[in-house]
Write a protein that binds this ligand. Structure first.
Ligand code: NAD
Length: 663
């Protein structure tokens, strides 16, 4: 069946693209559109619309790995633009990338009020390739085009109308188009033939400052937009196309495409194929501290009915007040209106009987096995025997937490990240007994919270925190071999992490990892190298930023980490070696440790794929997306296995090589 359908009626050619799910500009669509241009040559007008929930929402990313196949999109857009019959684009949903470029080839554009427009190529390391950076600024002006192409953010129909990007907003596209055709206005000159827009030096300067670090695609987009101000379309467009095609092969674009596909795949794990989740509407959240309040806020905003359980009425009130503070923030950020906020369903108490009607309980009490076990025993007594039970534990083994609970197929881990109302990642933890239905329900819930689920098996720290521990251990080895925290943090920022490992520990507090190390002290192999600095700091009361001192010191009310001679002295006095490390050596060692741990996690079957691990690191730990996550990045480093073997041989107590790297 053709993905581009045409119908001639009353001198008008009606062209409909039907290429689910998002009417991407795949080759068949491009061929169909070129044929439609031919077919419509003598029409009075050609009406272009899309079936389904959206107008064309971009290119077919599956085609990006291979050389471009004719017909090329720029030729299709040019054919539409120069067609003897004027084309009218009827726009709805999200008009993105190639979709917007096709719309810009049309003589007229009419959109429904809720249509959104964007050039998201930057999000996958590209610039538009079919005139987007040359036509859009000629139509809506330089500034708006820069905003759209360098950030990938969408703008609404009103913004487009005001900027002259569309002719009209209308609820009934067909009726409005019919009226327009009956009284066809003079055909505007093709956008490609319009005068060059004026560049704003202020916008160029501001944008350049904003994107000095990290991904390169935003600056490539800016560069291409500047061409539109300096050259004719006939010169600018081929330059844009050439850069677009070159960038498709770039490491950055490959990494970002990998990130995109991995996120999508992580949300639909193979083992859940065929499993259907249960409908959930009411959630009991146990513990209204930092995490419980964040989880409750996310769930309220997603429309769930929430009951918060705490240790006393007073603690319950404190939890509710924490949630309201977070909701105030959500209201300020426009995530919820004051009107809708009044409809949120939130209650609290210290009585577990109040959890009886909930479909699901999410526990976020202290990280203490006894406390968590008691909580679930009490919940199991009050709740339906099939109600789902989830723990947000960071490091404890959920098998221990749920020991003795009847019907264990309903138990799972839901590991949120702090701040839980903002962070996108949730590790969905499968115990040996967890049923597919329970997992499927967990996945559906996480998606409803507008978060990204990743499946993880059980191990100490699950996927993310286990890798974080390996990364931190490797950083500690560097300290013991002569580096200082600030050198390590600076190097990792340079790589693209939002923060180095020591600044981050200061921010989140040193105690949880300390407690975890204490717990493991007995089971740590004697051959493993132990670095005492982190424990010494906690024992000195240097527990992080909140205490005013940790790996760094802080002036009151100021979050800037300042190097502290006391810490440097402690490290230098206790270090085993005084080697010098270059920033590149620091980066390599830390990444090697992280990648090795990821490979072990994969070999043990804790993670289902390397892509899942990358998603965890990108969404939970700020690993730069434009590097594609540690596993993808590791695959691009040819010398990595050899380097790991050398490190492991030098210091056997610090390295347990994954099979993959043993050689
Ligand atoms: P928190 O100390 O801020 O909050 C814990 C809350 O649980 C307190 O309000 C306490 O009154 C309440 N509580 C204790 N016992 C209870 C009981 N029997 N019944 C009801 N309420 C009880 O702790 P947090 O940082 O929110 O951590 C909670 C859990 O989430 C821990 O398991 C932690 O490991 C995990 N976690 C924390 C983070 C983080 O960054 N803080 C991230 C992921 C997971």
């Amino acid at each position: 069946m053709s993905v581009v359908k045409t119908e001639f009626s009353g001198g008008i050619l009606y062209v409909t693209i039907d290429n689910p799910p998002v009417n991407a500009t795949s080759r068949a669509v491009r061929i169909g559109l070129l044929a439609a241009v031919e077919q419509g040559r003598d029409a009075r007008a050609v009406l272009l619309s899309c079936a389904g929930r959206t107008f064309i929402a971009g290119g077919d990313m599956g085609e990006f790995d291979s050389p471009a196949q004719a017909p090329d999109l720029p030729d299709v857009v040019a054919a539409i633009e120069h067609s003897p019959a004027p084309w009218v684009a009827l726009l709805h949903g999200t008009v993105l990338g190639g979709g917007l470029e096709i719309a810009l080839g049309c003589a007229h554009r009419i959109a429904t009020p809720d249509t959104r427009f964007g050039l998201p190529e930057v999000n996958i390391g590209l610039i538009p390739g079919a005139g987007g950076t040359q036509r859009l600024p000629r139509l809506v002006g330089f500034d708006l085009a820069v905003e759209m192409a360098t950030t990938g953010r969408m703008v609404d129909a009103k913004t487009m109308l005001t900027a002259g990007g569309i002719d009209r907003i209308a609820d009934d596209l067909q009726a409005t188009a019919t009226a327009l055709i009956q009284n066809l206005p003079k055909r505007p000159s093709p956008i490609s033939a319009r005068p060059r827009p004026e560049a704003s030096t202020k916008t160029i300067a501001r944008t350049s400052v904003k994107f000095t670090r990290g991904a390169k695609a935003p600056m490539h987009n800016l560069e291409a937009l500047i061409w539109s101000t300096k050259t004719d379309f006939t010169e600018g467009q081929p330059r844009e196309r050439a850069l677009h095609l070159k960038l498709r092969q770039s490491a950055e674009s490959r990494a970002l495409r990998h990130a995109f596909f991995s996120e999508r795949a992580a949300a639909r794990p193979a083992i859940l194929k065929g499993a259907t989740g249960r409908e959930t509407t009411q959630i009991a959240i146990i513990g209204g501290g930092l995490m419980g309040a964040g989880i409750a806020t996310a769930a309220l905003l997603a429309g769930y009915k929430i009951h918060l359980l705490e240790t006393s009425d007073e603690a319950a009130r404190a939890g509710i007040s924490r949630i309201h503070t977070l909701l105030d923030g959500a209201e300020k950020r426009g995530k919820i209106s004051a009107g809708r906020r009044a409809d949120l369903r939130l209650s609290s108490s210290a009585d577990y009987a109040d959890a009886a009607s909930a479909d699901l309980a999410i526990e976020a009490v202290f990280e203490d096995l006894d406390v968590k076990q008691q909580v679930f025993r009490r919940l199991a007594k009050q709740m339906r025997p099939d109600a789902l039970l989830a723990s947000n534990t960071s490091y404890l083994d959920p098998h221990d937490i749920f020991m003795g609970i009847k019907n264990p197929g309903r138990c799972l881990g839901l590991h949120f990240f702090s701040p839980a109302h903002i962070m996108k990642l949730v590790e969905v933890i499968a115990l040996d007994e967890t049923s597919p239905e329970t997992l499927a329900t967990g996945f559906t819930l996480v998606k409803r919270l507008k978060k990204s689920p990743v499946l993880s098996g059980v191990c100490d720290g699950f996927i993310g925190n286990r890798m974080l521990a390996a990364y931190r251990r490797a950083a500690d080895y560097l300290l013991a071999d002569g580096a200082l925290p600030a050198e390590i943090d600076t190097a990792m920022r340079r790589f693209g992490m939002p923060m180095g490992p020591y600044e981050l520990q200061d921010l989140t507090g040193l105690q949880i990892a300390y407690a975890s190390r204490q717990r493991q002290a007995g089971s740590r192999p004697a051959s493993e190298r132990y670095i005492p600095f982190g424990d010494q700091l906690v024992e000195m009361g240097r527990t992080g930023q909140r205490a005013g001192k940790g790996w760094y010191r802080y002036y009151e009310g100021n979050r800037t980490p300042l190097e502290d001679p006391e810490v440097s002295a402690l490290i230098l006095a206790g270090a085993d070696n005084r080697f010098q490390f270059s920033p590149d050596q620091i980066i390599e060692r830390l990444l090697a440790a992280m990648i090795n741990e990821g490979a072990r996690i994969l070999e043990e079957g804790i993670a289902a794929s390397a892509g899942d691990i990358d998603v965890v690191q990108m969404l939970g730990y700020g690993f730069p997306r434009w590097r594609g996550g540690p596993m993808h990045y590791g695959d691009t480093l040819e010398h990595l296995p050899e380097m790991m073997r050398a490190l492991a041989a030098q210091s056997p107590g610090s390295w347990q090589l994954a099979k993959k790297f043993k050689g």
